[in-house]
Structure formats: C-alpha cells, structure tokens
Design a protein around this ligand. Structure first.
Ligand SMILES: Cc1cc2nc3c(=O)[nH]c(=O)nc-3n(C[C@H](O)[C@H](O)[C@H](O)COP(=O)(O)O)c2cc1C
Length: 186
C-alpha cells in the first residue's frame, strides 16, 4: 500500500501550513483509498542542526539522539514526501531547513536512498516569498534525486487576517497536488 510522509515546518500547531497538509491528506486518501501517512510536526521535536561531523557516512546514523534517524528509516519505506512551510523572510522555516539538511545527508550516506521517490511542496505566506520558498523545496528534492510533482505551485496566501480561508484558489492546490501524484502513481 502507498505511504506518504508529511512534514510540516511551521511552529504554529493549527496554523495555515497544517491546514494545507490536512487538505492534501484528505484528497490523497480519496485518490488512493488505503494510502497511509506518517505525519510530523517539527516544532515539538527539538531538531538539532547538522554539525558536519559526517558520522552518518561512517556509521549510517546521525549522532544526535532526536527523531531524525527514525524519520529517515520511515521515509525510506515511503513512496513520497510532502514538505510544507510558511514563508519566513522569503525562505522556508529554520526548523524545516535543519531537518532537511540532516535527512539529505543521512540518505546520501545510505547510497542516496531517496532516489526516485515522489516529492511535493506546499507553501503559505501572508504576502511575499512563495516562489523563492517553493524553489528551495523543489531544489532540495532535485538534490536528493526525488521526483517533484507540480500542481501550479501549491501555495496559499493569508493577507492581513493571517488565515488562508478566503484564498479559494490556494486551498484547492493541495487537492490538485494529490490528483497529480495519484495520476503519476497509477
Ligand atoms: C518570522 C516570520 C517571518 C515571516 N516572513 C514572511 C515573509 O517573508 N513573507 C510573507 O508573506 N509572510 C511572512 N510571514 C508570515 C507567515 O508566512 C504567514 O503568517 C503564514 O501563513 C504562517 O503560517 P502558519 O500559520 O502555518 O504558521 C512571516 C511570519 C513570521 C513569524
């Protein structure tokens, strides 16, 4: 059965990023009945930053005792990964960057174990920076040799009220992303 990992990079528990992931998850479950999800909310996980010791290349595991080794093992069993981030000063959040640096390096040490898996990227912002952040996420997928699936840039904008509920077009993108991923998998 197909399995996807969903990584939410916002520190806000029930915020816009999590809402976009909820929409994606529901749409994906409709597209591929029985599909399984491994979902992570990074804020609670106290992710350390890569210290470039390269222990992962010698032992296959990161020296830090947080959840990242387990996440890589889980991701290696998944068909794909969805990355979702709010835009912070024109970029993905530091939480997400920290985990992607480490997942990327450990996977590289595991003979580039993410090769050929499916990737999707979601961004939310109040106003500016979607494209730069989408580009960062897409380039990460490219670097780890995953296949990024497009849907016309999966992004929603909150404007002044800081919630995305009025962005009907943005709220539909995760549905389209799920449709396109399901189409590829079929
Ligand atoms: C530190 C910080 C930096 C931000 N930088 C930007 C930015 O560069 N562009 C933008 O449009 N919104 C920016 N925002 C707003 C968030 O991207 C926006 O509120 C987003 O919807 C938050 O998602 P969340 O509800 O999942 O946390 C920033 C917010 C914070 C807290």
């Amino acid at each position: 059965m197909a399995k996807f990992m969903l990584l939410g990079g916002s520190p806000r528990k029930n915020g816009n990023t999590e809402k976009m992931l909820d929409i994606f998850q529901a749409a994906m479950a409709e597209q591929l009945p029985g599909v399984e999800f491994e979902r992570y909310f990074l804020e609670n996980m106290h992710i350390q930053m890569c210290r470039a010791c390269l222990t992962c290349f010698r032992t296959g595991a990161c020296v830090f005792q947080d959840k990242v080794n387990e996440m890589v093992a889980t991701l290696e069993q998944c068909d794909g990964l969805i990355l979702a981030s709010p835009v912070y000063y024109g970029s993905m959040t530091a939480q997400l960057k920290a985990v992607l640096d480490r997942i990327g390096l450990i996977a590289e040490a595991h003979d580039r174990s993410l090769r050929g898996k499916i990737g999707g990227s979601i961004t939310v912002a109040r106003r500016w920076g979607h494209l730069a952040t989408q580009a960062e996420l897409m380039l990460w997928f490219d670097r780890v040799e995953m296949v990024h699936v497009g849907c016309g840039w999966c992004s929603a904008t909150s404007t002044n009220a800081n919630n995305i509920d009025t962005d009907d077009e943005g709220l539909h993108y995760p549905v389209r992303l799920a449709e396109n991923i399901a189409r590829l998998m079929r």
